[in-house]
Write a protein that binds this ligand. Sequence first.
Ligand SMILES: [Zn+2]
Ligand SMILES: [Zn+2]
Length: 139
Amino acid sequence: MSDKGNAGCMCGAIRLRIEGKPVTVMQCHCSDCQKSSGGGAALIALMRRDDVTLLTGSPEGYSVTGASGGDVRRCFCVSCGAPVYSELGKYPSILAVKLGAWDVDPGLAPDCAIWTASAPPWHHIPADIPSFPKARPAA
Ligand SMILES: [Zn+2]
Ligand SMILES: [Zn+2]
């Protein structure tokens, strides 16, 4: 039980060990992410579920139909309210982990911006990465 992991919520009730490299890192400007983040885009690393271990805590989930039509279960800490990760109904082997969950900057940066059509004019959308008005088209 000495493994404190390398990620978690704000209060420490939820602790995670995250290993491996993300499938992709994105910033999402959809209206649900704005609500969840308090106004900004969500910064998300799509991790293989097998690379994420829940060490302590039991995240609460709030399920929505995502902007792309799939089920999204947004998981957060009931003590501090921090969003930690989302489970994607369409991609059960993936967890969409918030970049802020890592204790130390994991050195990841978004490689695309999605749902920019929903962004207010003051959201920063980097010019040096691809951006898509809605979901990223399937490769
Ligand atoms: Zn917490
Ligand atoms: Zn979003």
